[in-house]
Design a binder for this molecule. Structure first.
Ligand SMILES: *Cc1c(COP(=O)(O)O)cnc(C)c1O
Length: 459
């Protein structure tokens, strides 16, 4: 399988190169040249364990990794999870809640980043050399990435987070990792500022090459790929439980990485009847899917900080498919967006942007009310991100397709929101031990030169 850039200016590369490249040199995002149709495998795949299923799916895309090596990478990556099912689903009210938070940092990002960390290590062993990871995080990515590569030889990781805008626990999950190869940078700005600093640094190709920079942000193809697995796995479980022939997914969305994996699973043949996209007050994506205009606004801090994003880095991959896999059309849209801060897509013949998607937003009041409601009625505590997905899903009931709501984090990560909603805390032992942990973090200015200087002086 070869990988191309959404912007059409990159020579196709293999899987390992795609993983190491992150963003394409032409500024685009990498995608497989074509998506396999897996409809014929679904019946057989429904019988597999999570790891076996991950192997079947990933091996279709990672054709330059020998099967035995890939199987070992997958086994190692999911050995760090606290439950044998890796991503179990539980019935809560009308919904199947897909618990994606049983990895080391209690957020869904572990599913991809435990795998990506091992994959980086493997590729570097094959090829030699070192990798210096530069990432930007609104909270969960950073700690999941750090836990994915901590202590690994030949890898350093530099993670920028917006100072004071991640939850105190999320910050501690990052800054308490004291391995020599881990560097935490608190940036005096927003998550979008961090993301822009990262993108500008990667845009300097000389700098990127000289310092062997790589990325772990959700633009990395291996992350999206690893996330497709739980769409299949949970759909099989929901179809077994209910006898339904299709499912719908509700996805709390920020950078469009998680829901993109669902979109790709559907394009590969998984019977998904609807993707329900849920945002908080930072609703650029729900506005897009409802009205066709993708227009920037200021970022507002919310109770669901991992969704406090305006420019969704994975959205370009969706747009590429939406414009018929035509790089010229895609480039025209992205250029217009860069110039004007907005882009528009015409409605289709059914008067919507995409028949597969519905979208909505949940604000602070909806988040708190939803957490409270499911605690009272079902005895289940949703984290604030998951609560928004559930809230929006309530408005899109289907009689034929069970709704799977992605639970993207454990509620104990978001203490303040849970206290506001329930008047009491939720605990998790992994987090409780952080209270007295020693931490390490450096502050830098909100400017690309600040991060470049830091990298140069620490490599
Ligand atoms: C990252 C994250 C999201 C958003 O996922 P995207 O892939 O960026 O859309 C939602 N919830 C939680 C808890 C997250 O960590």
């Amino acid at each position: 399988m070869k990988y191309i850039s959404t912007r059409g200016q990159m020579k196709p590369v293999g899987f390992q190169d795609a993983v190491m490249t992150g963003l394409a040199p032409d500024g685009g995002l990498l995608l497989p040249e074509s998506l396999p149709n897996v409809e014929g495998y679904l019946e057989e795949w429904a019988q597999l364990s999570y790891q076996e299923l991950a192997f079947e799916i990933i091996s279709l895309f990672a054709t330059d990794i020998p099967p035995a090596d890939l199987a070992e990478l997958i086994t190692d990556s999911y050995a760090t999870f606290a439950t044998p099912e890796i991503t179990p689903s539980v019935t809560v009210g009308d919904f199947q809640i897909l618990e994606l938070f049983h990895g080391p940092t209690l957020a869904f990002k572990d599913v991809a980043l435990q795998f990506l960390g091992n994959l980086f290590e493997y590729i570097l062993e094959q090829r030699g050399g070192t990798l210096n990871i530069l990432g930007a995080t609104s909270g969960d990515t950073g700690s999941a990435a750090i836990h994915g590569v901590r202590g690994k030889p030949n890898i350093n990781i530099f993670i920028m987070h917006p100072a004071g805008r991640t939850s105190p626990l999320q910050e501690k999950q990052m800054t308490s990792v004291l391995d020599d190869n881990v560097f935490n940078l608190a940036v005096d700005g927003s998550f979008d500022d961090c993301q822009n600093m990262m993108k500008t640094t990667f845009g300097d190709l000389d700098f990127k090459t000289t310092h062997s920079l790589g990325t772990v942000n959700s633009v990395n193809w291996a992350r999206v790929l690893a996330q497709t697995v739980y769409y299949f796995y949970s759909a099989f479980r929901a179809m077994e439980k209910t006898g339904a022939a299709t499912v719908q997914f509700s996805v709390p969305t920020g950078n469009f990485g998680d829901i993109l994996a669902g979109y790709l699973a559907q394009r590969m043949g998984l019977p998904i009847s609807k993707l329900i996209l849920a945002t908080n007050e930072n609703d650029i994506l729900s506005r897009f899917f409802n009205h066709g205009t993708y227009g920037m606004a200021d970022v507002v801090p919310t109770l669901s900080p991992s969704m406090d994003i305006q420019v969704a880095s994975n959205f370009e991959r969706y747009l590429y498919y939406r414009v018929g896999e035509d790089p010229k059309k895609l480039v025209a849209l992205m250029d217009g967006f860069k110039k004007n801060g907005t882009l528009a897509i015409p409605l289709n013949e059914n008067g919507v942007i995409d028949d597969l998607f519905v979208a909505g937003r949940g604000d602070t009041a909806a988040t708190l009310a939803t957490i409270k409601k499911y605690h009272e009625q079902c005895g289940y505590v949703l984290d604030p991100h998951t609560a928004i997905g559930v809230y929006v899903a309530e408005q899109h009931h289907s009689d034929t397709a069970p709704t799977i709501c992605l639970a993207t984090a454990h509620p104990a990560k978001f203490t303040q929101a849970i206290i506001n909603a329930l008047g009491e805390e939720v605990h998790h032992p992994v987090l409780d031990i952080l209270a007295d942990a020693e931490t390490r973090c450096d502050s830098i200015a909100n400017h690309v030169d600040a991060v470049k200087d830091y990298l140069v002086s620490h490599l």
